[in-house]
Ligand binder design. Structure first.
Ligand code: UD1
Length: 423
């Protein structure tokens, strides 16, 4: 159990290297099951959710170990197709293992991943797509019992571009006979990373990054060495940290191409953002101004995962900014914590209006979810006095070490270990 102590007021200066992407490595770890051999993942972030995926792989008979250059996974020893309820609950995106296990074993049994702190997180599209590929799924009693001795490729039209459903079906389709076309697929950059990983293992997948992904099933896959893409949401978080605290930072490894909506908002707010092949530089020298409405949407729209951190950066801006959260029903839980610090935010349904205040004050606050927790740190950097951030386990799901990175940028932030009662 730990808390983060943040003393606000320092301008940020310096540079950090952005870690590998959580949302890329999680489906890729599930995809290693298809390789049936040794995979080396470079730039693999050390995260709680990655550890949870490793536990699942180990429970299935596979091996994984960290090396100096990344994570080595060997799925040659796969000897099971059941994931226990405890392991499924350790990580929200465990459902993604379903497509991979079915493709490799023809059967799978796992429990429902359940709801989450952002609101209900159904997997109906995942299951409907798998059924269209020929899987028989009994989903009664909180368990998913799946049989798919033979999966057959076909066109599947997703009723909405779900990231997880697109990835799950890409994995299952690798084990299907014939060609699968996923229409209205999600276009997130992490899906392109998954495609590149699968192709490096010998699969034949094309179209990722567009709304139509084609998978030629039945190829025999093998291991490979693959480098995980940089995490665009971590990059967005540190850009927002610089916008909040002021200063000049450089994010090595970050690519602006995947962050265009976030950097556009920061430029509109008054930050100078420039990018080259080495990374993104952000300079914020004066009080920010409010920006035009920020509406979250599937990629290439504004990422829901960056909504909270941008909101935190704008708490002391001049004017009012309207946020519209269109992806998840409970994604304003950080608002109550930010108002403890003196922020002025009104929420009505999916809309939140942030009116900039002159001063934020340090306060005891509690992480409500992963990105909401990061937003508390972003706000704390600009607050007078000390902020004590508790329930930091949420943050650790997606940031290797947020205190390490912000300290490298000149912030005063440290982690302290606490007893359960203090946390
Ligand atoms: C992924 C990301 C998460 C991000 C989200 C939206 C990972 C590990 N997580 O989550 O960080 O916030 O994309 O960009 O990559 N939906 C259904 N039925 C389904 C599936 C989804 O109704 O079967 C709905 C969801 O409730 C949500 C919307 O579709 O409202 C988008 O969800 P989805 O794109 O599937 O997000 P995840 O893959 O869970």
């Amino acid at each position: 159990m730990s808390q983060l102590l943040v003393k606000g007021g320092n301008r940020l200066t310096g540079e950090v290297t952005v870690q590998g992407a959580k949302n890329s490595v999680l489906p890729i770890l599930a995809a290693t099951l298809l390789a049936g051999g040794q995979v080396e993942l470079r730039n693999c972030p050390r995260l709680r959710d990655v550890e949870a995926s490793i536990h699942i792989l180990e429970a299935l008979g596979c091996a994984a170990r960290w090396t100096d250059s990344g994570l080595l996974v060997d799925t040659g020893g796969l000897n099971g197709c059941v994931i226990s309820d405890i392991l499924m609950r350790e990580m929200r995106s465990s459902a993604i293992f379903l497509g991979a296990i079915l493709a490799r074993c023809g059967q799978a049994e796992l429990s429902y991943p359940g709801g989450c702190e952002l609101g209900p997180r159904p997997i109906d599209l995942h299951l409907a797509g798998l059924r269209e590929l020929g899987a028989e799924i009994d989903d009664t009693g909180g368990l998913l019992r799946c049989e798919a001795p033979r999966l057959r490729g076909r066109e599947i039209v997703l009723s909405l571009p779900s990231v997880g459903a697109t990835e799950n079906l890409m994995l299952a389709a690798c084990g299907a006979e014939g060609v699968t076309i996923l229409s209205n697929a999600a276009r997130e950059p992490e899906i392109v990373d998954l495609q590149e990983f699968l192709n490096a293992c010998g699969a034949e997948v094309s179209g990722a990054g567009t709304d139509s992904v084609a998978i030629v099933g039945g190829r025999r896959l093998h291991g490979c060495t693959f480098t995980i893409m940089p995490d665009r949401i971590v990059a967005a978080t540190y850009l927002c940290a610089a916008a909040s605290a002021g200063g000049e930072i450089f994010l090595r490894n970050a690519g602006e191409r995947h962050l265009a909506t976030v950097t556009a908002a920061l430029r509109e707010a008054g930050c100078a953002v420039t990018a080259d092949s080495g990374g993104i530089a952000c300079a914020c020298r004066r009080r920010l101004k409010a920006v035009r409405p920020v509406r979250t949407a599937p990629y290439p729209g504004f990422p829901t995962d960056a909504q909270a951190v941008l909101m935190a950066a704008l708490l002391r801006s001049r004017g009012a900014t309207v946020f519209e959260e269109n992806m998840f029903s409970s994604r304003y839980r950080h608002v109550g914590e930010l108002t403890r610090m003196g922020a002025e935010i009104r929420v009505s349904g999916r809309v939140a209006v942030v009116t900039g205040v002159e001063t934020l004050y340090g306060a005891p606050v509690c992480c409500t979810d992963l990105r909401g927790g990061a937003a508390l740190c972003v706000a704390a950097l600009a607050a007078e006095g000390e902020t004590r951030v508790s329930q930091t386990a949420h943050i650790d799901r997606g940031y290797e070490d947020i205190a390490r990175d912000l300290t490298a940028l000149g912030a005063e932030i440290r982690r302290i270990e606490t007893t359960p009662i203090e946390t």
